[in-house]
Write a protein that binds this ligand. Sequence first.
Ligand SMILES: C[S@@+](CC[C@H](N)C(=O)[O-])C[C@H]1O[C@@H](n2cnc3c(N)ncnc32)[C@H](O)[C@@H]1O
Length: 313
Amino acid sequence: MISTVSNMFNYGVAPKPFLKWAGGKTQLIKQISKFLPLGLNNGSIKKYVEPFIGGGALFFWIASNYPVKELFISDINVDLVLAYKTIQCDIDDLMKLLLDIENKYLSLNNHQRAEYFYQVRNDFNQQRNQMNLIDYNSDWVERTAQMIFLNKTCFNGLFRVNSKGEFNVPVGKYKKPSICNQQTLKTVNKILQRTEIIQGDFSKCEIFIDENTLVYFDPPYRPISNTSNFTAYSHQIFDDSEQLRLHNYFQKLDKKGALLMLSNSDPKNYNIEDDFFEQLYNGYRIERVKASRSINSNSAKRNPINELLIMNY
Ligand SMILES: C[S@@+](CC[C@H](N)C(=O)[O-])C[C@H]1O[C@@H](n2cnc3c(N)ncnc32)[C@H](O)[C@@H]1O
């Protein structure tokens, strides 16, 4: 267990995710940080890798609290990675556009806001097939602004897509959403100056990993049952065969000498006899932390549930 130097890189404000993301770890950081390896403090860990970056709550925490020299993040979601790269490369144009959007949106009445939201959502989905989403270009600033706007103003503030990869969350009812959080964006931009950002499958991070690396895996949660809904961050499904593939990869990196930590929901929240992760990660350290997320739709009966932390150290 280790203590941290709060915001040691003096970013002005503590860095935090610029998007709200399903499965985001902001609420769990305090608990997770108790299980981070000592090498983060004494400098023996030189690289930090997060291959399922999502909103990046733990990434921003580690990047601003520990002296890690090299940072690497990736995700399979094309639009998410595009947004990270835009903030890395073109923060001024992005903030200017977001401020214009914020001023316009806040001046509208509820009916006009809904109209504006669906117009942006439509543009965002149509442009998906018309623009180059792989090589950095100036169109990315508008797309990232649209994505941040949709995330900040949609119902529940999440990013969810349908089977065609189209963003499909309805408009939300926030009175005064902060669409352009300049301090957060500037801080994120600073951290991303020393970060390599890759789009693609988690297995792409291997070339970056050696025995001085800490890797944190936060894959999509294992669905409660084969028929239950999964959280659609992208139109690819992360089923049990994917959990097995990730486990094989975990073992491979373990042999390389990297320090590894992996999160998932605890199947025992739903079925005490479900040993899926105990069996899969037999021999590794498994701890449970409490999440405020609930499994009961009746809010009166909501209790905290467990999440798993699996480590090879
Ligand atoms: C639980 S979320 C990560 C949440 C993140 N830790 C946070 O704090 O916001 C899982 C992420 O994995 C990504 N993902 C799903 N399948 C993937 C794959 N095969 N390779 C890489 N990323 C993947 C999703 O797009 C999503 O962003």
